[in-house]
Design a protein around this ligand. Structure first.
Ligand code: GAL
Length: 394
């Protein structure tokens, strides 16, 4: 028999799924967690963090190949997302968007076919403005034509940016593209990227988005990752099946953070139910980068929905405790050391809000060591690092 917590979580899940279905204008009976877009946080890769505008169809082919070969596909990564700079500098004679004829010689449809042949999905990018941030043609007032083109090409995911928006009201701009995407009849994940400027948790789901950026851009620095983390406090109430807070894409493996810093970044993003969109070069990544990105136990926390995104539950000078209720009644915990020297961090099962039991099983999701404790969970955490556990009442 499921525990009380388990039952509670199951009801919470059902309620959230139904609410999400209703808010997207779909009859609840027509939507199940299986058919819902982004029932769990999307997982994939995006070209921007590592490659910027230096992208072409070879990179996309090779990245799709690498996603399969590296084992990333096997642990749940699915989307290959092309960011800014894929377009030709001008629309075609009929006013349609077209791919850069040199760098994407065979067009986006051929690329989508290739990515689909690998069992993966293709994402693309535009802006709710007159031009993208890199000054390529964008979709404001071209929503229907552009959404139709994306659907005809077989695109599965659209990241929709905010540059050159002419200061026109945000809701109408994001709503116009949402409607155009829906009208195509193709399920296309809608990733709203207005940098958290208009409190998108309040309207992202209502407008039809499956994820919404909560901040400006991440960079491959500990200080950037940490400042984005701080802005996630309190946003947990907005996340749930079909609609996720997006603290921006991963920097794991891009080279300017240490191994421990990337472990912390990945652990925290997983606990936040953030979309796990890798941003490194999958073709050449080291074994240690691959081992972070493919840690199945950490990914399982990210993909689990127990009724709440992880949240900060304690904040000391240099250390913090973040926790997330899991569907099965256990808790995922991240002990974060933001300081400049190693720290011992302790949390109790009581502080985690676990039922009194006297004995808890604790599994370290990075070292894979399992222990039992009467109450206290303690770890030696390196500077700029994190430990991550699942704690379960016995
Ligand atoms: C920014 C966006 C980045 C990236 C970039 C491309 O506005 O936040 O993630 O897409 O534009 O120009």
């Amino acid at each position: 028999m499921p525990s009380r917590h388990g039952l509670h979580s199951a009801f919470a899940l059902l309620a959230t799924v139904l609410a999400a279905a209703c808010s997207q204008g779909t009859a609840p009976s027509a939507t199940s967690p299986k058919t819902m877009l982004a029932a769990t946080p999307p997982m994939g890769w995006n070209s921007w963090n590592k490659f910027g505008c230096k992208i072409d169809e070879n990179l996309i082919h090779e990245t799709a190949d690498a996603m399969v070969k590296s084992g990333m596909k096997a642990v749940g990564y699915q989307y290959i997302n092309i960011d800014d700079c894929w377009m030709a500098k001008t629309r075609d004679a009929r006013g349609n968007l077209q791919a850069d004829p040199t760098r994407f010689e065979h067009g986006i449809k051929a690329l989508a076919d290739y990515v689909h042949s690998k069992g993966l999905k293709l994402g693309i990018y535009s802006s709710a403005g007159t031009a993208t941030c890199e000054k390529y043609p964008a979709s404001l007032d071209h929503e229907i034509a552009d959404a139709n083109a994306f659907a005809a090409w077989g695109v599965d995911y659209l990241k929709y940016d905010n540059c050159n928006n002419q200061k026109r009201p945000f809701f109408a701009r994001y709503d116009a593209m949402a409607k155009a995407l829906r009208a195509t009849g193709r399920p296309i994940v809608y990733s709203i990227c207005e940098w958290g400027e208009n409190n998108p948790g309040e309207w992202g789901r209502r407008v039809g988005g499956q994820l919404w950026r909560t901040t400006g851009d991440i960079s491959d620095r500990w200080s950037s990752m940490i400042s984005i983390l701080d802005k996630q406090v309190g946003l947990e109430k907005y996340a749930g099946p079909g609609g996720w807070n997006d603290p921006d894409m991963l920097e794991v493996g891009n080279g300017r953070m240490t191994y421990d810093e990337y472990v912390a970044h990945f652990s925290l993003w997983a606990l936040l139910n953030a979309p796990l969109i890798a941003g490194n070069d999958l073709r050449t990544m080291s074994d240690s980068t691959r081992s972070i990105l493919t840690n199945k136990d950490v990914i399982a926390v990210n993909q689990d929905w127990g009724g709440m995104q992880g949240a900060r539950i304690r904040k000391d000078t240099d250390t913090q405790v973040w926790a997330k209720p899991m569907r099965d009644g256990s808790k995922a915990v991240v002990l974060l050391n933001r300081g400049e020297r190693p720290a011992t961090i302790t949390v109790t099962a009581t502080e985690l809000g676990m039922r009194a039991s006297g004995s808890y099983a604790v599994r370290d999701l990075w070292t894979k060591v399992s222990t039992t404790t009467p109450d206290r969970i303690t770890a030696q955490v390196p500077k700029h690092g994190a430990a991550m556990f699942i704690v379960r009442a016995k």
